[in-house]
Design a protein around this ligand. Structure first.
Ligand code: FAD
Ligand code: 2HG
Ligand code: ZN
Length: 506
């Protein structure tokens, strides 16, 4: 029986980032299977003998079956999806993951891999009674080569912990995101997470040097080389990067860590219109050159709703648009001057209306905190339809005003923000409560429009549970068929994260 809501809400607030968010509604989300009308596939159902087996290879404490203990693992970060799993397993090493999958494959038991459960497309939680395999106890750092920058660690290491660890040794992680306090490096690899530094350090297909993963039948695939160059046959690690747990479970990762920049400077600017943001981006690339590490934008509604809902300070006045520019370099005076010169030049040209430049850690933190908190701000007042799309820069912001008009007063806020340098905009449509009527105004319309603009329906969050039926807007039939063939080869019984990524029909 489900325990009183008070207890459940307490449990849901376990993770660090969830604490930032006071949810408007304390009700449990509707079951995903009902909300999206999904039929259970023909998998085995868990018996008490299965639970006994899991307890024999893990131990009592690492097999959760109490409904209250299991509940948080069934619900995603935005409280949109709710699965019906009755068992959560917490392996401590690769051999345990392998034994679990071998057993599940033989019994046709479906399994949902879960990292920090910060995913935004419902991929990290079960839909029906899939077993949750949670990686939080696989959190050991194996080695760090401080000359090459190669870090080898287990999949369940929290990104922020890794960043702190390598910082103490003169390096940084090549990726940074608002969920860093909770997300795992294995989750990052499995989603090919982008984030706030991608502009400078590239995506994980480049930064991940090697991967160890477990296939559906329990075979451990060892591609855990920490070499920059390795052209020996097929580059198999890439199959696991971004495949969202549908081809194998990532157990270890080798990551190339860049050098900790000696000088970090941050500018936060007010801008009159979106056209000026594009001009500013072009100018920033030429004025700041190799030290440019982030170029982010947010519209007034994104910043204003974050300020209002989360009571966060905005260091500058109200403007239609905001731009955040960060530099990573090696000379504090030189880099600071470069950014200040850029600010003065563009204030004179009128591209920047107002702005601030700082290298003081606490001030930079305030600005980044405002930017990173946009993702959770709408959840305080209602339900948020989240879209994460890539659009060619000249059309980057086009859909926001169009959607505002289309949803009218059904929405509390329609806002756009994101990683301009990567052509990736996040459009958040906040409504008082989830409704199928509003969902059908937005979808598939938004994906059709993105497709017409030659964009991608998922820039960085993935396809997960929410978007398989829309994947054809971004992927050709021939590519989808190859995805299906690979799935069949690596997971013939389809037990790895079912109902996710792949559409039912090609
Ligand atoms: P989970 O959410 O647990 O899982 C994500 C997917 O990966 C699921 O399909 C899951 O089944 C699978 N998975 C997890 N671990 C493994 C494993 N070891 N092996 C195989 N499959 C696995 N994303 C960005 O790209 N850029 C951002 O800037 C960004 N900012 C965010 C800010 C906030 C506040 C939040 C809440 C989310 C943000 N995200 C962002 C989304 C999310 O944090 C990323 O997708 C992240 O990489 C997920 O990591 P996780 O450990 O939480 O994975
Ligand atoms: C970000 O860039 C994240 O802040 C989250 O990718 C985006 O929640 C979102 O829409
Ligand atoms: Zn993002």
């Amino acid at each position: 029986m489900i325990k009183p809501l008070v207890t459940l809400v307490g449990l849901l607030h376990k993770s660090k980032i969830s604490e930032q968010v006071r949810y408007a509604s304390q009700a449990l989300p509707q079951l995903s299977s009902e909300k999206y009308n999904i039929k259970r596939k023909d998998f085995g159902t868990i018996k008490s003998s299965d639970v006994s087996y899991f307890k024999s290879i893990l131990n009592e404490g690492r097999v959760l079956t109490d409904e209250n203990d299991v509940m948080p693992y069934n619900i995603d970060w935005i409280k949109n999806c709710r699965g019906q799993s009755t068992v959560v397993l917490k392996p401590q090493n690769t051999a345990e993951v392998s034994a679990i999958l071998k057993y599940c494959n033989e019994k046709r038991l479906a399994v949902c891999p879960q990292g920090g459960n910060t995913g935004l497309v419902g991929g990290s939680v079960p839909v029906f009674d899939e077993i949750v395999l949670n990686f939080s106890l696989m959190n050991k750092i194996e080695s760090l080569d401080d000359v090459s920058g190669a870090l080898i660690c287990e999949a369940g290491c929290i990104l922020e912990n890794l960043d702190n660890y390598v910082r103490e040794r003169g390096l940084i992680m090549p990726l940074d995101l608002g969920a860093k306090g909770s997300c795992h490096i294995g989750g990052n690899a499995s989603t090919n997470a982008g984030g706030l530094r991608l502009l400078r350090y590239g995506n994980l297909h480049g930064s991940i040097l090697g991967i160890e993963a477990v296939k559906a039948d329990g075979t451990v695939i060892d591609c855990l080389k920490a070499l920059k160059k390795d052209n020996t046959g097929y580059h198999l690690k890439h199959l696991f990067i971004g495949s969202e747990g549908t081809l194998g479970f990532v157990t270890k990762v080798a990551v190339s860590c860049p050098v900790l920049p000696k000088a970090v400077n941050l500018g936060f600017f007010g801008v009159e219109n979106f056209e000026n943001i594009l001009k500013l981006y072009k100018s920033a690339k030429s004025s700041l050159g190799e030290i440019l590490s982030a170029f982010e934008m947010a519209d007034f509604d994104s910043i204003n709703s974050t300020v209002q809902n989360l009571k966060l300070p905005n260091p500058i006045a109200d403007y239609p648009f905001y731009v955040l520019v960060e530099t990573h370099g090696s000379d504090d005076v030189h880099d600071g001057e470069k950014l200040s010169r850029f600010l003065s030049k563009e204030m004179e040209s009128g591209l920047i209306v107002d702005g601030t430049v700082t290298s003081e850690p606490s001030k930079m933190q305030t600005i980044w905190n405002l930017r990173e908190s946009i993702a959770g701000a709408g959840l305080v007042v209602g339900y948020v339809f989240k879209y994460d799309v890539s659009i060619p820069l000249k059309n980057y912001y086009d859909l926001v005003p169009i959607l505002r008009k289309k949803v009218g007063d059904k929405a509390l806020i329609v806002c756009g923000y994101g990683h301009v340098g990567d052509g990736n905009i996040h459009i958040n449509v906040t409504v008082p409560k989830y409704s199928q009527e509003i969902a059908s105004v937005l979808e598939p319309y938004i994906f059709e429009e993105v497709s017409k603009l030659n964009g991608s329906i998922s820039a960085e969050h993935g396809i997960g549970f929410r978007k398989p039926k829309y994947i054809h807007y971004s992927k050709d039939k021939s590519a989808l068929q190859l995805m299906k063939d690979l799935k069949q080869l690596m997971d013939p019984n389809g037990i790895l994260n079912p109902y996710k990524v792949l559409p039912d029909t090609v």
